[in-house]
Design a protein around this ligand. Structure first.
Ligand code: XIL
Length: 333
């Protein structure tokens, strides 16, 4: 479909991105990607298990071709992610005797040294080719009294892993915008826990430039008003905000499933994309990038999460044809 407007020509306030794998940079997928998008995020290729599978043996074979593709096409890159509690090899949290690390001074020192080495090496490898990093991913748990996720990072180092991650990232990639990224940031308790953490750390001088809102949402949730409140909450901090992983599930519950996406759900989905993207464009002074978590419905993580069933959360269908959702983003649905 070369007769329809390119998203990147219509939504010009900020880069519009897609999360990708190597297969999506070639053939019909590659053409669709290059035509519509001005930014890419490697969906898995920059995670710790891909880049440092064993200690101090770095591996850039997954990500390098993606970064080269983006560069060749003049696209921005969001680097995702330098630290997470998932897709992180077990050796990271294992002490030299082979036991799980605990909150001792020696384990903490070793873990922070591994973290520094990882961030320094990965960020330096890409230099200015990666302009934005998700430095830490999903560190908030609003059900905890201090709002912090009880990951091994937290139980071994307290808050110091976040301080170290941002400080080392700033040194290794001084040009890059450094983000803290999370999901459900529209939920008031989670949003406020994230706000408090970012406010506290920035007051200490920790170099956090931006807040990433994943925006894994569905046809019924959340409302535009709640999403606008999310954006407005972070305005007093003067940080950039980016929509980093948007998709709109056609499902509302784990036990729903359809043999094919029902037309009424696809129309509802288009209205959600239309209203949300219009909101982000109105807040373009705050929102500096919008990324969808996948190119087309033939490859979406929601096909296996939270349960296995065929979802259709993206802008193009399994045959790479523009959906109603695409027209929503264009503003003509
Ligand atoms: C997902 C990938 O898309 C899947 O391929 C992988 O199996 C699991 O991770 N939040 C994030 C992303 O920050 O890194 C996740 O990506 C989706 C949820």
């Amino acid at each position: 479909q070369t007769d329809i407007p390119a998203i990147r020509d219509v939504v010009t306030e900020f880069p519009v991105g897609a999360a990708i794998t190597a297969a999506e940079t070639v053939g019909a997928h590659g053409q669709l990607l290059a035509r519509h998008f001005s930014s890419v995020t490697p969906g898995n290729a920059l995670k710790w298990d891909a880049t440092e599978p064993t200690e101090n043996t770095f591996r850039f074979t997954d990500a390098d071709p993606l970064i080269a593709y983006a560069k060749a096409h003049g696209m921005a890159v969001r680097g995702h992610t330098l630290l997470w509690h998932n897709q992180t090899p077990a050796w990271v949290f294992t002490d030299p005797a082979g036991a799980p690390m605990t909150a001792t001074a020696a384990d903490k020192e070793l873990l922070l040294a591994r973290l520094s080495n990882h961030i320094r090496t990965v960020a330096a490898h890409y230099g200015t080719d990666i302009g934005v990093w998700d430095v830490v991913n999903e560190v908030i748990d609003e059900s905890q009294p201090d709002g912090l996720r009880r990951s091994p990072w937290y139980t071994i180092t307290g808050l110091d892993y976040i301080r170290t991650a941002f400080r080392v990232a700033r040194e290794a990639a001084p040009h890059a915008k450094l983000f803290i990224n999370d999901y459900n940031t529209n939920v008031p308790a989670k949003r406020d826990a994230l706000f408090n953490l970012v406010a506290e750390l920035r007051a200490e001088g920790v170099p956090i430039d931006g807040v990433g809102h994943q925006m894994h949402i569905n046809v019924d949730w959340p409302s535009v008003a709640e999403t606008e409140a999310m954006i407005r909450t972070f305005q007093p901090l003067g940080v950039e905000q980016q929509i980093t992983e948007m998709d709109v599930s056609i499902y509302r519950a784990n036990d729903e499933s359809f043999p094919a996406p029902p037309a009424d759900r696809l129309l509802r989905q288009a209205a959600v994309y239309r209203d949300m993207v219009a909101l982000f464009r109105r807040y373009a002074g705050d929102i500096t990038s919008v990324t969808v978590w996948g190119l087309a419905d033939d490859n979406t993580w929601l096909d296996t999460f939270p349960v296995t069933r065929k979802d259709a959360p993206l802008l193009f269908d399994t045959a790479l044809q523009a959906k109603e959702a695409y027209w929503g983003v264009i503003g003509r649905s």
